[in-house]
Write a protein that binds this ligand. Structure first.
Ligand code: GLV
Ligand code: MN
Ligand code: MN
Length: 413
């Protein structure tokens, strides 16, 4: 591969070093946990600030702790490049940080060469992509897009801390959130480099891929209300066991998703039994069904079926049922011109552009409310993600940074 004068091994080694350094910022010593507006978010934001300053970017921070590194251009428009620095619980280290680090290294390339472009560059380190703390998510990028929903401020985390309170504890003021929004006149486009989090690129033997769209996603909170009782005394046929009902709903979601033959995926990864005990029949259970699809129609049909069959399960078991939608995002297409730009950049670094849809969610879903979006995927080993075994090689990451630099060179706002 011959990407001109760019030192790809050095870019890859630097990306890996920065990502590993960031991975040491964790709430727990033996696993990576860095949630939105936590003390670790603060420490990670401080680290990103130093890196951006070293890269000669002008650094600021908004009301939700999003760090912004700006490199001025000759024109008013800005190319926004970002990703996230929050993580899931027991995370891998590449999901999010790669995109932030790639943005810093690419911006540094232009800043240190003293090369003025016709547009400015803003590198954005968001911190609410994973939704690991609050049931609603993407607040950081929604604020940047001018689409923040202020009712979210009253939503509470598992410890009862509202988003409004968490913002205050982080040293910020929710009243400043509107000032985080870019104007449509300024934001030319939003682009993001991210690990693929799936096996397609590895299977095709390609280090980089151009993202065509981001899947739509719904979270249904399914609450089942039965009757708590003694595990030793209540006969099996007289029970109203909310957890047994929940188990049926989990298997229902799996069966219905399998029946779509790949069009819809559904997952129950979170279940809450408020009064869990081994000797108590569960009286109350809440579970979250995460539903995703590249087709909004297929996702909505799936939801209707899931709700109808969940009602039947609840009726059969004499359980109360409350279903609420806590997240709902339509499929987000990537802009065709930006896709072409990334395809040309992949070619420029010696790759063969291939296009693929993202099954994972990204900040681009929120940023698309502001401006055109584009994404570049990087191969990750075994397609493994949301897992400490997540891995992208320094050589693939170096190629991704080089491709991002080539993309910026070809970008026209
Ligand atoms: C974030 O990684 C998501 O897709 O849930
Ligand atoms: Mn991510
Ligand atoms: Mn993730």
């Amino acid at each position: 591969m011959n990407p001109g004068s760019l030192d790809i091994p050095s870019l890859g080694a630097r990306a890996e070093h920065m990502i590993k350094t960031l991975a040491s910022v964790s709430a727990e010593s033996n696993r990576l946990v860095r949630t939105f507006l936590s003390p670790e978010h603060r420490d990670a934001a401080d680290l990103i600030t130093r890196w951006m300053q070293d890269a000669e970017l002008e650094v600021s921070e908004d009301a939700l702790g999003t760090v912004r590194g700006h490199w001025a251009g000759t024109g008013k428009k800005r190319l926004l490049i970002g990703s996230h620095i929050d993580t899931v619980v027991d995370a891998g280290m590449f999901d999010g940080p790669l995109g932030v680090v790639a943005g810093i290294l690419a911006a540094e390339h232009f800043a240190q060469a003293g090369r003025k472009l016709g547009f400015g560059i803003d590198v954005l380190a968001f911190a609410d992509e994973e939704g690991a703390r609050y049931p609603v998510t993407l607040h950081s990028s929604l604020a940047a897009a001018g689409a923040f929903t202020f009712t979210s401020l009253e939503v509470a985390d598992a410890d009862g801390v509202t988003l409004r309170e968490a913002i205050t504890r982080f040293g910020k003021n929710a009243a400043d959130i509107p000032a985080a929004a870019y104007s449509r006149d300024t934001a030319a486009a939003y682009v993001e480099v991210h690990i693929e989090q799936g096996p397609v690129l590895e299977h095709r033997n390609q280090p980089l891929g151009v993202v065509s769209s981001i899947a739509g996603q719904t979270h249904l909170n399914v609450e089942l209300l039965g009757e708590a009782g003694h595990a030793g005394t209540v006969p099996m046929l007289l029970r109203r066991d909310a957890l047994a009902g929940g188990a049926e709903v989990i298997l229902l979601a799996e069966r219905l998703a399998r029946e779509t033959r790949g069009e819809v995926v559904a997952t129950v990864g979170h279940i809450n039994i408020p009064a869990a005990a081994s000797n108590v029949i569960a009286g109350n259970v809440a579970l979250i069904v995460d539903i995703r699809s590249g087709s909004d129609q297929a996702r909505l049909q799936f939801i209707e079926r899931l709700k109808a069959e969940t009602r039947s399960i609840a009726e059969k078991r004499h359980l109360g049922l409350l279903v609420t939608t806590t997240r709902d995002a339509a499929m987000t297409p990537c802009n065709p011109v930006l896709q072409e730009g990334f395809a040309a950049a992949v070619t420029a670094v010696g790759g063969q552009p291939m296009y693929l849809a993202s099954g994972a969610g990204h900040d681009g879903t929120a940023m698309a409310k502001l401006c055109p979006i584009g994404m570049l995927f990087v191969r990750c080993r075994g397609g493994v993600s949301h897992n400490p075994a997540e891995y992208a090689s320094p050589s693939d990451m170096g190629l991704a940074v080089a491709a991002l630099i080539k993309f910026i060179e070809g970008f026209m706002p």
